[in-house]
Design a protein around this ligand. Structure first.
Ligand code: ARG
Ligand code: ZN
Length: 874
């Protein structure tokens, strides 16, 4: 295990490898305590490289057993081996290197490399986990054709899987058997995967656009087969969508997915053998919420889409991570928008971006979407690389339009198939296909920070002109002190009194085309001529650019847009701004007039022309964290909480009658269906439940809602109201006890039980979380458990995590230190919850700093954790 601080890796130091590995043969003799790996690597020196240059292979925690070149044992003087490296001096130009190593899957708690999860052997290699399996050139620009032989006890592991197509299988002596897999597509080592164990297969098939039949399999624990049906359906829809929207066909004869219960992240796109956190595969009405169903659909699609954006075309080096991740996030967002409801999906995605990426970009961990340096690459699987990376691709489409966008993507696949490329290569494709210059636009990849645009509008009735003054700025971030000006595409409309977009005859001051203002200079005044009436500006429609905006729009303008903007996203944004400005004022101790907006919410709730899912989003108040982010500094989470509760009460009290009628009218649904329309109705009814319970100040409605619930979405909503609003009543205690009795044997359902308790407002929750960490269903080694209880506590419970005593910070620091020796990546992720520590009030800052210092002062921290803690403190 590596400890202490890692070396800094710099983009400018990239150099192609001196050696290549065109073919890789691997034999695994699987054993829990000891697995033997024999690697047979075909190695070639690159043309022009001097024969004296040694071959240096990466390793991590490996035990070398033997080493041969072209079948001959290597002399001790010909190489140097450590657990971290294998150096071969003066190797031949082209040769076969045979390396035998031993590894210990059973004691591998890092969940990187080869490990065991609930009795199943599985692997996770991205980013640098393959080196924990054998010595290799473990970098994404080394593409190799793999043949893999797996040997295991037949009873322990009847299922033996790897990438590509199955070639051969048979029995061996000693109750063992073997299987051989061959993947014809050259791939980087991070896409290697192996699974072996006793699993059930759910099988299906898919006929591709050219008429090939693909064998589809989802492997799950025995008895959980039924819970894979939704994921299988999502997979087939993803395959069809990628053909229809991007012209991309699947390329192997078989596609397998395996669900495992111990996994560091969501899922992994290994070629032909995706491995998933079972949370993102298993679903039925009793154990998954509608939110989980939507996530499963999105993640199954995401991993499948990687087959073209990530696997067929991969990254030259890890600085280019957004090349595959940003692009694939954009693709999965578009898929969900097409499969569900576009505006609703866009609002949900933007809420996610603001909740996760904005605080990262505005705090000490800010980094460019394409970073230039890192100490630990695992810490760069961030909302910035993924989500902001996805937003940049969306802006590219806005810039050139959907037709040229598709042409550019076609060119990308044609030009770079089979290659490991860079963001520069990606951008060049767009420049060539659309004949544009993206040099200014490309800064989006290179500069960290959330840009800000200040908007000032004015109407000149005599000249019939409407001017929009825009000024961009960006505060300094750790990666750059001085920022250059960005090209910001702002979709907009000039909304007339009738709610329709007003016409204009011409524009002065800059480029405006297809409903998009192109802001390129620091300050630009766009004058729209021939505007007959004073309009209200709706800007950044659809969140066309990931920025923050302030404007001289007043409360009436915002409320007008919230009611009348023809753009559904624009309406939500205007409403959200209205709500936030009232909440901010209240949190700062100013009394804010709320009546106009409370009436508005009543009208929206009852507006049958709007989809239930959309109404539910409109009615969901900004979270405590949203309000805190908007406040910016000296945040007092108790004041934020009180402001939000007051507004909630005001809305509930004014609209109690409307909400009660509506609550009755929205059908609960007897037969559960997970589709977007049914989920939308549940969402609306559940948000009304919260308002009504607040107004009635009684647990009764939630208790009834709970006992009538036929699915986890409704059950979880009722449980949340009970535990968060009426925590010390018998109703709440009984509800928790019953839930535990009913779902105690289902870990994923129990995660919801941990989650609901971890988010109960108030400092008493700190003690609850400590107690729950000793609960028999909790396991510090399982990332899903730790995330459900501790990560949720730190990220979604502002009043408890930021308790004035500092106990919340201490709880997080202690947990981080307990997790780190086992699972550094999980520890580092947990620690990122300290990232906004400078935005709380001075007293809390001092306590947060102390907790961070307690971590930083320990010896032997993992490089992952040390990197996060040190960057957070600077
Ligand atoms: N590539 C995976 C995805 O689909 C995630 C891998 C995460 N790896 C890591 N080291 N954090 O997004
Ligand atoms: Zn991905």
């Amino acid at each position: 295990m590596r400890t202490d601080s890692g070396q800094i890796v710099r983009l400018e130091d990239y150099a192609p490898s001196d050696y290549l590995i065109p073919r890789t043969g691997l034999t695994f003799r699987l054993g829990n305590e000891r697995t033997i790996v024999v690697a047979e690597l075909t190695i070639e020196r690159r043309d022009g490289v001097d024969a004296s240059v040694p071959l240096v292979l990466d390793g991590d925690g490996l035990e070398l057993i033997s080493l041969q070149i072209d079948g001959e044992e290597l002399a001790r003087s010909a190489y140097e081996a450590s657990s971290q490296r294998l150096v071969i001096h003066e190797p031949p130009t082209r040769f076969t290197l045979t390396i035998e190593t031993a590894i210990a899957p059973a004691t591998n708690e890092t969940l990187m490399g080869l490990y065991r999860s609930s009795g199943v052997y599985c692997t996770q290699c991205e980013a640098e986990g393959f080196r924990r399996i054998t010595y290799f050139l473990d970098r994404p620009d080394i593409l190799s054709v793999y043949t893999v032989r797996i040997e295991a006890l037949k009873a322990q592991a009847p299922v033996l899987l790897s990438n590509g197509d199955p070639v051969e299988r048979g029995d061996l002596d000693g109750a063992r058997h073997f299987a051989v897999w061959h993947d014809p597509f050259p791939k980087p080592s991070y896409l290697f995967a192996l699974v072996a164990g006793d699993l059930a297969r759910v099988s299906d098939s898919f006929v591709t656009m050219s008429g090939r039949t693909i064998d589809l399999g989802i492997y799950v624990e025995h008895g959980k087969e039924k819970r894979a049906a939704y994921a299988m359906d999502a997979l087939k829809r993803s395959m069809r969508w990628d053909e229809e929207v991007f012209g991309r066909e699947y390329d192997l004869g078989i596609f397998n997915i395996v669900a495992v219960s111990d996994f560091n992240f969501g899922a992994m796109e290994n070629k032909g053998l995706n491995i998933f956190n079972d949370k993102y595969i298993l679903a039925d009405r009793e154990t998954a919420t509608d939110f989980d169903f939507a996530n499963i659909e999105a993640i199954v699609a995401h991993e499948y889409f990687h087959n073209w954006t990530g696997n067929r075309i991969t990254c030259r080096d890890w600085f280019q991570l957004c090349l595959k991740e940003g692009l694939t996030v954009f693709r999965d967002h578009e898929f969900s928008a097409d499969e569900r409801e576009r505006t609703v999906r866009r609002i949900a995605d933007v809420k996610g971006l603001k909740a996760q990426q904005f605080p990262e970009d505005q705090g000490p961990l800010a980094h460019p979407v394409r970073p230039r340096r890192y100490r630990e690459i695992n810490n760069f699987y961030t909302a910035t690389v993924y989500q902001k990376g996805g937003e940049i691709v969306r802006m590219l489409r806005t810039l050139i339009g959907p037709v040229q966008f598709r042409a550019a993507m076609d060119l990308y696949f044609e030009r770079h198939d089979g290659q490991a490329v860079t963001i520069e290569d990606f951008l060049r494709v767009f420049e060539d296909a659309a004949q544009i210059d993206l040099s200014q636009f490309s800064l989006w990849y290179h500069q960290a920070g959330t840009p800000h645009v200040a908007v000032k509008t004015s109407y000149d009735a005599r000249r019939r002109s409407f001017s929009v003054e825009l000024e961009q700025s960006m505060p300094p971030t750790p990666s750059e002190q001085r920022k250059r000006l960005l090209h910001i595409p702002l979709a907009f409309g000039l909304v007339g009194a009738d709610g329709k977009d007003a016409n204009f005859t011409s524009v002065d001051g800059g480029t405006v085309s297809d409903g998009v203002i192109h802001l390129k200079r620091r300050r630009q005044v766009f004058r729209f001529n021939g505007v007959n009436q004073k309009p209200v500006l709706s800007i950044n429609r659809g969140f066309s650019a990931p920025i923050t905006i302030t404007s001289n729009a007043n409360a009436e303008d915002r409320q007008f847009l919230a009611q009348h903007d023809s753009d559904g996203f624009g309406r939500w944004q205007a409403l959200n701004d209205s709500l936030l400005s009232g909440l901010i004022a209240a949190a700062r101790g100013k009394k804010a007039p709320v009546t106009a907006v409370t009436t508005l919410l009543g009208n929206i709730a009852a507006d049958e022309s709007l989809q239930p899912a959309y109404r539910a989003l409109m009615l969901s108040l900004p979270t405590d964290a949203d309000i805190a982010r908007e406040l910016g500094d000296k945040v007092n989470p108790d004041a934020v909480f009180a402001a939000r509760e007051d507004l909630l009460a005001a809305i509930a009290n004014e609209n109690a009658a409307t909400f009660a009628t509506l609550y009755q009218a929205v059908e609960g649904g007897t037969r559960f269906r997970p589709d977007a329309a049914s989920a939308g109705k549940r969402a609306l009814r559940n948000v009304l439940l919260d308002y009504l319970s607040k107004h009635e100040n009684s647990p009764q409605r939630a208790a009834t809602h709970l006992s009538a619930a036929t699915n986890l979405t409704d059950r979880f909503a009722a449980l949340s109201v009970l535990v968060h609003r009426f925590g010390d009543t018998d109703e709440a205690r009984d509800a928790l006890a019953n839930y535990e009795r009913q779902f105690g044997n289902d870990p994923l359902a129990m995660d919801k039980w941990f989650q609901v308790q971890a988010t109960a407002p108030g400092f008493a929750t700190i003690e609850t979380v400590r107690t729950l960490m000793r609960h028999p269903h909790f396991a510090i080694t399982n990332p899903n458990r730790v995330r459900a209880l501790v990560f949720t506590f730190a990220s979604a419970n502002q009043t408890a995590f930021h308790a004035a005593s500092g106990d919340g910070y201490r709880l997080l620091a202690e947990t981080v230190l307990e997790v780190d020796p086992r699972n550094p990546q999980l520890a580092a992720k947990l620690a990122t919850n300290f990232r906004s520590w400078r935005s709380v009030d001075a007293k809390r800052q001092a306590l947060a700093r102390k907790a961070l210092m307690d971590i930083a002062s320990r010896n032997g921290l993992s490089p992952d954790l040390r990197d996060i803690v040190e960057r957070t403190l600077t």
